[in-house]
Design a protein. Structure first.
Length: 262
């Protein structure tokens, strides 16, 4: 599983501002023979690239891989953090300590033009899993359609359904090997009812025998209430411009900066 290489041409930049590097077959520069591998996929609940384009990219990679018999299809690992934005050291935010994520960004792709279409958990997740604007599919109200049987419009499918069609194994990982200290939340939290099984597995150990795979891991550590020891200085944290710069705001924001982001 190669998370440090991307799909575009050398030293190119994409629509989201990410600098990427590609690895191609020395015998040809044709896309058909590219050694496709997806770079890092740290996707947050409050900071998103264009949903439709991002999910279209995943589907395109998978479909092209099926069509090209001589192409090794990439495994796709999607890390999802709760209530998470660009407040990381790799984006220049002070009073944040995120060495592992910074390393992943340095070796993969760091997006500089990314936007949210619905900055709240369930609405954002509903858009991510479908690649659709939340207002288009009626999923824009937080925690809506929980018990009314509301379904997606005709023709709208989950990304996992598209990837299964491309012969991918899908997982929403909750269980990791003993001793890793990692537990996935296994969260879906969509504002619609889904009939069927959205993922094939919730176990990390199943992925080795089922490749190529699409696996997402949901982390809840960045969700309130925060449990990390206090480290950030409220007087030094950077308050987003849409919040008032007030001692109460700073006292509330400091734990967000300190919360585990490794």
């Amino acid at each position: 599983m190669d998370l440090a290489k991307s799909w575009q041409s050398p030293a190119s930049s994409n629509a989201f501002g990410g600098q990427v590097t590609a690895r191609t077959n020395p015998q040809t520069q044709s896309l058909k023979n590219c050694d496709l591998a997806l770079s890092m996929a740290i996707i947050a609940d409050t900071m998103r690239p264009s949903l439709k384009n991002w999910l279209a990219l995943l589907c395109t990679l998978a479909v092209m891989s099926v069509q090209a018999a001589d192409t090794k299809r990439p495994n796709i690992l999607w890390l999802i953090a709760e209530d998470f934005g660009p407040e990381l050291a790799c984006y220049g935010t002070p009073q944040v300590w995120s060495p592992n994520l910074d390393k992943l960004a340095a070796e993969g792709v760091r997006y500089t033009r990314a936007y949210t279409t619905a900055p709240v958990c369930s609405a954002s997740r509903s858009g991510l899993i479908t690649g659709m604007y939340q207002t288009t599919i009626g999923a824009h109200n937080h925690r809506s359609h929980r018990d009314d049987g509301y379904k997606l419009p005709p023709g709208v499918r989950l990304i996992t359904d598209w990837l299964r069609q491309a012969e991918y194994y899908t997982a929403n990982v909750k269980q990791f090997p003993a001793g890793t200290g990692i537990t996935g939340a296994g969260k879906t939290d969509w504002n619609f009812a889904y009939e069927g099984k959205p993922f094939d597995s919730d176990k990390w150990e199943d992925l080795k025998a089922h490749q190529p795979f699409y696996a997402q891991v949901n982390f809840s550590e960045t969700h309130r209430a925060f449990t990390a020891p206090k480290k950030a200085d409220p007087a030094k944290v950077v308050i987003p411009p849409y919040y008032p710069d007030h001692p109460v705001t700073r006292a509330d924001w400091a734990p967000i900066s300190t919360n585990p982001r490794n």
